[in-house]
Design a protein around this ligand. Structure first.
Ligand code: KG4
Ligand code: ZN
Length: 336
């Protein structure tokens, strides 16, 4: 099993890549549907599926052509089988399964969060096992004890909103355009961290679970109390964004340190869209290094949804001899 084509269509990005067991990542492209969904303030599932139908095959063709790869040199196909929007997943699954059948190679349905979790292994230096993984995306916030490929134990997770979801909802409260997370982070850069103090949910009790839905309510109340009378509403919005970001980052840092202590591991990897957040990276680095540990992150383009992580996770599975029947079934919900 040398070269695997990866197809990611679980949400609003069409991601295509080829992972080569000898040369690493040899080709990749991501097409984002942001413009399509921006006018609705969030992802419209039906529009997402339709656009994946339009973009996936041309993008595969483009990626293969640009990298000079002959389809006959592809040894396997990996597609995201879940969790995600079921219509969007169906596009990648049907196409991936069909291509594999046409090319006479095996196909594998990959768990989207396993893709995120293994993405740091695409980097040099790659973290060695075991490590603790903090997965922070738009749909998930999880701490995982990782002792090898396929050997995952969930240590804790969000009981309500995911961290990215909290970023996106708070961004909406601050009138920022979709997708809110990166916009909020940008606004927060010129915010004063001292003006407001948000709670650090669930940090005062033992355990590794999270709860982020209270933060958006706190943001809403702060906006209502502050903005109507603010002398400089723009600065006030930036200050609220900063206080919110600090609270999320602080909470994640506290829980990660706790997870390292409990497992005895010294390596921490961060993955998923929110791990692209600069403040989170800086603060996590400082805290983990001070505790004698080490942090690993994929480059930002491998933090958000992409085909490379799916190609890589699929390559790992296929190389281990994983075999799947011709039938396939995407799963909107799928525990890792
Ligand atoms: O992993 P991802 O691309 O898609 C999912 O699997 O959900 O994560 C998307 C999430 C969104 O909630 C987005 O707002 C958030 O990641 N995000 C960020 C940043 N970049 C993306 N949140 C905070 N700061 C960022 N720089
Ligand atoms: Zn994702």
């Amino acid at each position: 099993m040398r070269r695997v084509l990866g197809i990611e269509t679980s949400c609003d990005e069409t991601g295509i890549a080829v992972y080569d067991g000898e040369r690493g990542l040899v080709a990749q492209a991501v097409y984002s549907q942001i413009e399509i969904h921006a006018q609705y303030g969030g992802v419209v599932p039906e529009l997402a599926s339709r656009d994946h139908v339009r973009k996936t095959l041309p993008l595969i063709r483009q990626v293969l052509e640009e990298s000079g790869l002959d389809p006959a040199s592809i040894d396997g196909v990996a597609y995201t089988a879940g969790p995600g929007l079921v219509g969007a997943l169906l596009v990648g699954a049907a196409l991936g399964r069909s291509l594999a059948w046409a090319w006479g190679v095996p196909a594998v349905g990959v768990h989207h969060m396993e893709g995120h979790l293994l993405a740091p292994l695409l980097e040099d230096p790659a973290p060695a096992f075991p490590f603790v993984a903090l997965l922070v995306s738009g749909g998930h916030t999880q701490l995982v004890d990782v002792t090898g490929v396929g050997r995952y134990r969930i240590l804790g997770e969000s009981l309500d909103d995911a961290a990215g979801e909290a970023f996106d909802k708070t961004a909406k409260i601050l009138d920022l355009p979709y997708p809110g997370g990166p916009e909020l982070a940008k606004l927060a850069e010129r915010g004063n961290p001292e003006r407001f103090r948000f709670p650090r949910p669930m940090t005062d009790r033992p355990g590794l679970d999270f709860s982020f839905s209270g933060l958006k309510t706190f943001a809403l109340n702060t906006v209502r109390e502050t903005l109507p009378e603010a002398l400089d509403p723009d600065q006030a919005r930036a200050d609220i964004a900063r206080a919110f970001e600090e609270a999320v980052v602080d909470t994640l840092v506290i829980k990660c340190r706790r997870a390292l202590q409990e497992t005895g591991h010294r390596r921490l990897i961060l993955a998923g869209g929110v791990s692209a957040n600069r403040r989170l990276r800086e603060r996590m680095n400082a805290a983990v290094t001070a505790a004698g540990g080490e942090t690993f992150y994929p480059r930002p383009s491998l933090c958000t949804d992409n085909g490379a992580m799916i190609a890589y996770a699929g390559w790992q599975r296929l190389r281990a001899g994983h075999v799947e029947p011709l039938a396939f079934k995407p799963r909107a919900r799928w525990p890792m």
